[in-house]
Design a protein around this ligand. Structure first.
Ligand SMILES: Nc1nc2c(ncn2[C@@H]2O[C@H](COP(=O)(O)OP(=O)(O)OP(=O)(O)O)[C@@H](O)[C@H]2O)c(=O)[nH]1
Ligand SMILES: [Mg+2]
Length: 233
């Protein structure tokens, strides 16, 4: 079974814990208890593969965010969550995404953008179009509007990020295989070249004389650059 470490990031109160608990346990938590750090495990089959998900629900509230850098380092995929009722929470995600890309030192990090609390239509201040725009600016990062309360698009968002991790891992292992194959082909070609290299009588004699000189310690006519090399080493 493959391990997938997923990290849920976003500002305080946007619904990170509610989304995570809905996905893992299928229940909705009405009360608000700011998270310091919670870890969940869920086993799930995706596209015929058994996956062991480790989900890290992180702190959004500023005084608990010191560990963020460590979470990001260890995470394979990221859920970046804002609330459609809080414009600032979307703005905060821009810096968070930058931090993820910087720590991962890559532009290609499995992630989804989530606009949560989509059920609170009357309190909405961030439109679907705003979310789409950010997703486009981020190079078409998959975007979901979710409701943790009604479990809308919650499973879909998690499964999307796992699929991205799977695709990335498959691409990396295909590339490694290709490099290994290329290295093997180069070795075979070099071996063939050595086997077929014609050695004339004069070349054989010169080689024997070089060997004699090096055994007797006489380097006067031996390969000077090589002996200099040996001294440096
Ligand atoms: N109506 C509605 N309320 C939600 C939704 N998701 C979360 N909430 C409520 O919003 C409040 C905060 O939710 P949490 O899941 O604790 O938020 P959080 O992002 O984990 O907050 P921190 O742990 O402080 O970062 C809670 O009272 C939730 O019940 C949703 O989809 N719809
Ligand atoms: Mg929380």
């Amino acid at each position: 079974m493959r391990d997938y470490k997923i990290v849920v990031l976003g500002a305080g109160g946007v619904g990170k814990s509610s989304i995570t608990v809905q996905f893992v346990q299928g229940v909705y938590v009405e009360s608000y208890d700011p998270t310091i750090e919670d870890s969940y495990r869920k086993q799930i089959e995706i596209d015929g593969r058994a996956c062991d998900l480790e989900i890290l629900d992180t702190a959004g509230v500023a005084q608990f965010t010191a560990m963020r850098e460590l979470y990001i380092k260890s995470g394979k995929g990221f859920l970046l969550v804002y609330s459609v009722t809080d414009e600032n929470s979307l703005k905060e995600l821009l810096a968070l995404r930058e931090q993820v890309l910087r720590i991962k030192d890559s532009d290609n990090v499995p992630m989804v953008l989530i606009g949560n609390k989509s059920d609170l239509e009357s309190d909405r201040v961030v439109s679907i179009e705003d979310g789409v725009k950010v997703s486009q600016e981020w190079g078409l990062v998959p975007f979901y509007e979710t409701s943790a309360m009604y479990k809308t698009n919650v499973d879909e968002a998690f499964i999307d990020v796992v699929r991205q991790i799977m695709r990335k891992e498959a691409a990396v292992s295909a590339e490694k295989k290709q490099q290994k194959e290329a290295a093997k082909q180069t070795t075979i070609a070099n071996d063939k070249e050595i086997d077929t290299e014609p050695v004339s009588g004069a070349q054989k004699e010169a080689k024997a004389s070089r060997l004699k000189q090096s055994l007797s310690g006489d380097t006067s006519t031996a390969d000077k650059s090589r002996s200099r090399c040996c001294v440096i080493m």
